[in-house]
Design a protein around this ligand. Structure first.
Ligand code: SF4
Ligand code: SF4
Length: 166
């Protein structure tokens, strides 16, 4: 069941987020997908793009994707394929104090590796500073480049976008 916050203003709250969150045991093993797709829509590129069958929508294309986090190796292939920009990959093992989040980014200019940016939450509010550590923009990503940010440990459930700063 969707939270009132999600149905009224489109912003997932902690109860919505928990339904898509991997176990602590899986998070400790390395990068893993986070699929924040909460509404039934006719869509399944997440399923068809995953080489490990970690995401299943199934016969009814309106069903919500089901994720087997233990099959996912965090390859990020599905992130740029999702038209809803609803898929992220999180790695809590980046450093003793930082995690990473890989997200789709369809704006220009793209950040450069090493740039500091303002990380934003789901409401578009600044929640911390972050460093762009990887930017991938090849033919394989189509028109949806991938940006990986290093973020302070503990911000994995909050950071979902970023703003370039001059
Ligand atoms: S990150 Fe890779 S392995 Fe994991 S669900 Fe996406 S495509 Fe599949
Ligand atoms: S591709 Fe994205 S929007 Fe479409 S069903 Fe999968 S997660 Fe949802």
């Amino acid at each position: 069941m969707l939270s009132e916050k999600l149905t009224s203003c489109g912003i997932a709250d902690t109860t919505d987020i928990q339904t898509s969150w991997p176990s602590e045991e899986r998070l400790k093993k390395g990068p893993v997908v986070i699929v924040e797709c909460f509404q039934e829509i006719p869509c399944n590129p997440c399923e068809t793009s995953c080489p490990r069958n970690a995401i299943v929508v199934g016969v009814n294309i309106n069903d919500l994707p089901k994720v087997d986090h233990n099959k996912c190796n965090g390859c990020t292939v599905c992130v740029s394929r999702c038209p809803g920009l609803a898929i992220f990959v999180i790695d809590q093992n980046y450093s003793p104090t930082e995690s990473t989040i890989t997200m789709p980014y369809e704006f220009l200019p793209l950040p450069q590796k090493g740039d500091m940016v303002d990380a934003l939450d789901r409401a578009g509010e600044k929640c911390c500073r972050a460093k762009a550590i990887k930017v991938v923009n090849t033919k394989a990503q189509g028109k949806t480049p991938l940006v990986t940010l290093a973020i302070p440990r503990g911000m994995e459930k909050s950071v979902r976008f970023f703003k370039m700063v001059s």
